[in-house]
Design a protein around this ligand. Sequence first.
Ligand code: ZN
Length: 413
Amino acid sequence: MPDVFADLVGQDEAVATLRHAAAAAAAVLRAAHPVAVGSGQAEVEGEPGVDPGAGMTHAWIFTGPPGSGRSVAARAFAAALQCAYGTGCGECPGCHTTMTGTHADVRLVVPEGLSIGVGEMRALVLRAASTPSGGRWQIVIIEDADRLTEAAGNALLKAIEEPPPRTVFLLCAPSTHPDDVSVTIRSRCRVVPLRQPSAAAVAEVLVRRDGIAPDVAQWAAAAAQGHVGRARRLARDPEARQRRDAVLAVPRRLTGVGAALDAASALIEAAEAEAEASVAEADAAERAALQTALGAGGTGRGAAGAMRGAAGQLKDLEKRQKSRATRAQRDALDRALVDLAGFYRDALTMALRAPVAPVHTDTAAMAEAGAQKWDAEGALRRLEAVLECRAAIEANVKPRIAVEAMMLTLWKG
Ligand SMILES: [Zn+2]
């Protein structure tokens, strides 16, 4: 049975750090309860040869590019902290419940919308201060900590500055750049940098864990550019493959201004459709659950007040759902842009005769034709246009405007 760190692809250094910290954390617990029947006092006596505090701290940030496994690392570390053996054995109840998301002392925050608000953060910090029911650690994992609002960040900072003795915060963010994580939060956290795993490492895990055929795994790992989840989806989901095919057909279709604008529309609409499909089910389920909770109407005293409250709750839900839909749309569009960037990167490396494997083996011939037509300079300008489009959308430029500008550059060069 592989331990909890087995799915962290190509991250040996980070895994070594986390194993060491988990062992140190276990030593802290042992020191607090020297014998099975402890006095209940948290005396940190320590054992000979083990410094209970070394290597362990209350706040961590996992950084790395999307798909490098930030949340996988955070969850595996949480499991190792809750592990009965302090190692992340993968078999004990502490490991098992943490990995399946049912451990009572591990809370996972996954922002569905564009930001994590202060209300959510305050409630979380409050609960994180309670004594761990399992006797080990109270853990909060915050995915996409770069989406904390400023107020939410301040609420979190207060908890990190004076952490309750058994509380651990695990934050995930693309980087420690001040745009992602405030400098003050950063200064209180230990950073675990994750790197973009190699295509070979991603392919290996797809074969070993997901039972995907080696040739499919290799193709998908290269096409996904080091993004493990994306590689798995490409290998398994025919619709994901179709969407990718449509995106990679774009360069061929750019024959004039009209065609470029059409391509922009098609890309935006495909992202919208993909996003809508991805949230439709959750939206409907949430609406149904709320309607059930509110009851179907009612008469008599209090009914009017209840109706007003219900309208407010429905409005809140709609707001949350709209924010989630916007996020899903941006994510879908970004995936398409990453695919497209891979194509122009291939054209660039071919124009330069660089000895690197193409990202998209199935469009390599088309990239080679582009390389001959545009030269390195033209390929680079096109690659930059895609990257600028991503940056513009991240900076809240209207997606259609950014994508149209990009398509015109991709056509003209
Ligand atoms: Zn375990």
